[in-house]
Ligand binder design. Structure first.
Ligand code: PMP
Length: 363
């Protein structure tokens, strides 16, 4: 599939430093609707009903006006939820933009940046865009992050916790040791999936001045299409991020996104109910997949990463696709045997399991 920017077309005006840039490949967003879409870790439940109430005719009727560059309503809702001050919160157009702001704010050109490999593909891409000296740190043979590899380093550290695409989480005590052993390096913890069973590092932001936590509304708060992410850190780090934001795109969140995300953040009951449901469905799916002979990594995310010696990862991915079920296959070492499956509703997972049984019987 060709994605924008992935083919090698370029003009003679392109800045030469981008000639070799390999853009991030997003998971497919198919136009047909009768697919069971388990490929981009979206939430199977819609946004909170409170979101639907605030995105009303009145709000749409104000779209001729710019949005609030401070996104005050949203910043306040986030601060209240986490029990931090408003000066400790920065918001962005998805956590992708927050990550980009971090590279702009904190990453000197040719300075080192360390991140697990495999992990979220954007760390590598932003490393390239911002001309950092990239140091991917391989996972161990069980596809786990080895905490010792991140101690006493000499550059920025980015760790997804839980990691993607494995779903495996580190204990926060282990992360605290990494933070402590790197007093002069910024440690960025990407908690995109933290609400599905891992513990958050947010309590560390008052204790250490070298940690930033990044979270998103795209997963546990059912707003991937609204593009809202945020960073939590001490007020100086947050001021640095906002310095970049206000030098780049002050209106980075639109009016509807600000209102929607604030309403979602305030509706804790819906958040708790949907994330619990997803965790329950994940445990059910893991049990059933294991019964079918799959090896499933211990996931604390809204997806699982699994392989089965009876069917090659690529064949499984393609077989599911023929049955209108879309999952994610990466096709590269050391994860070429695995597929990543987003946890959907119970009936989505039942359909996945019965398709899987049929594919295994054909082997
Ligand atoms: N971090 C991780 C680990 C992710 O998997 C993703 C989503 N693919 C993101 C960040 C970005 O999410 P968003 O920009 O939707 O907030």
């Amino acid at each position: 599939m060709a994605t924008a920017g992935s083919d090698n077309i370029m003009s003679r005006f392109l800045n030469r430093k981008y000639e070799t840039l390999e853009p991030y490949t997003p998971g497919e967003q198919p136009k047909v609707l009768d697919l069971i879409k388990l490929n981009t870790n979206e939430n199977p439940y819609g946004p909170s009903p409170e979101v639907l109430k605030v995105i009303n005719e009145e709000e749409v009727g104000r779209l001729q006006l710019y949005s609030d560059p401070e996104a005050a309503e949203l910043v306040e809702a986030i601060a209240e939820n986490f029990g931090v001050s408003r000066e400790q919160v920065a918001v962005g157009n998805g956590s992708d933009e927050i990550l980009a702001f971090c590279f702009m704010a904190f990453q000197p050109e040719n300075g080192k940046v360390y991140f697990p490999d495999p992990s979220y593909g954007f760390y590598k891409v932003y490393g390239d865009v911002f001309k950092a000296d990239r140091h991917p740190v391989p996972l161990n043979g069980n596809l786990e992050i080895v905490p010792e590899d991140y101690k006493n380093l000499d550059g920025t550290i980015i760790i997804a916790n839980p990691n993607a695409p494995t779903g495996i989480a580190l204990e926060t005590g282990v992360i605290e040791e990494i933070i402590k052993s790197n007093p002069d390096n910024l440690v960025i913890i990407d908690e995109a999936y933290v609400d599905f069973g891992a513990k958050s590092c947010v309590p560390f932001i008052d204790k250490y001045d070298n940690i930033l936590v990044i979270q998103t509304f795209s997963k546990s708060r059912s707003l991937a299409g609204s593009r809202v992410g945020f960073a939590l850190g001490n007020k100086e780090l947050i001021a640095d991020i906002n310095r970049i934001k206000f030098s780049f795109n002050p209106y980075n969140l639109d009016r509807l996104a600000i209102r929607a995300a604030a309403a979602a953040m305030r509706d804790d009951a819906y958040f708790q109910m949907t994330r619990r449901q997803i965790m329950e469905t994940r445990e059910y799916t893991v049990r059933e997949m294991e019964a079918l002979g799959f090896e499933v990594l211990p996931s604390k995310a809204n997806f699982i990463f699994a392989r089965n010696s009876r069917i090659a990862g690529k064949d499984y991915f393609e077989g599911l696709r023929e049955k209108n079920i879309l999952v994610r296959y990466f096709g590269k070492k050391p994860i070429e045997d695995y597929v990543r499956i987003t946890i959907g509703k119970r009936e989505d997972m039942e359909a996945l399991l019965s398709a899987t049984k049929e594919l295994l019987e054909r082997q």
